[in-house]
Design a protein around this ligand. Structure first.
Ligand code: ADP
Length: 213
């Protein structure tokens, strides 16, 4: 896997990938940045990724996946993405700092575009707006939410609550408060009865989840 740009986003990403056991070639144009990561990343190189010859010499074209984590220098971000597309990398992820930047990266051929600041802003809005304890969007319109049971579900077996028919959402897991600090999530059954203080994982469309929570 190749990570280009070791700013805050790319640096954290490369370190986490290495922690997860992936083999990562990390590239940044700034030798000081490269130096700062030398002890923590096994394979980190100082190079300008807007140059096709440099990319060829580094063997970037042999990688299956790359993440372009250059944000501020939009020209370098677009140029690097376009060269990696020319090298036929099968899975190219690119970070954008604005929606327009993201649109251009997609048009140039990036397979996935992430907007970390926008996405985190939206996520925090969901956390602040209701009773959600955590929120993960898994598709443009589909999400999983961690929350506590609303009053109407407390003390009623899930089969009797008709929760799916009424809200269109599914409660997939529960962590019982009565199991104490060592409690873990287990999948729900028709007989599961929720109590105040339990934590539940609920999946559904974002619209249905907002209505439920
Ligand atoms: P963040 O907001 O995540 O910190 P930045 O855009 O500030 O992201 O950081 C991007 C990184 O990409 C910087 O470390 C910069 O040196 C690096 N970078 C910029 N242009 C190039 C390039 N042409 N080739 C390789 N790395 C680059």
């Amino acid at each position: 896997m190749v990570v280009v740009g070791l700013g805050r986003f790319g640096g954290a990403l490369a370190l986490e990938l290495v922690n997860l056991g992936h083999s990562v070639m990390a590239i940044d144009v700034n030798p000081k940045t490269v130096q700062a990561y030398a002890n923590r990343l096994p394979h980190v190189v100082a190079a300008d990724t807007t140059d096709i010859e440099t990319l060829r010499q580094l063997g970037v074209g042999d990688a299956h996946r790359a993440v372009i984590a250059i944000g501020t220098d939009i020209e370098a971000s677009i140029m690097t993405t376009s060269l990696l597309v020319d090298l036929d990398l099968p899975d190219i992820w690119a970070k954008a700092i604005s929606r327009d930047h993201g649109t251009i990266l997609s048009r140039v051929g990036a397979h996935h575009v992430v907007l970390p600041e926008h996405e985190m802003g939206e996520r925090v809005a969901h956390l602040l707006s209701g009773r959600m304890l955590d929120y993960v969007e898994v598709d443009t319109d589909y999400a999983m939410v961690k929350t506590t049971p609303p009053q109407e579900l407390v003390g009623v077996p899930l089969s009797a609550s008709r929760i799916r028919a009424r809200y269109g959402v599914t409660i997939v897991s529960v962590k019982k408060e009565t199991d104490g600090p060592d409690a873990t999530y287990t999948h729900t059954t028709a007989d599961t009865t929720l109590m105040y203080g339990d934590h539940i994982l609920v999946v559904g469309t974002i619209h249905d989840l907002e209505r439920f929570v």
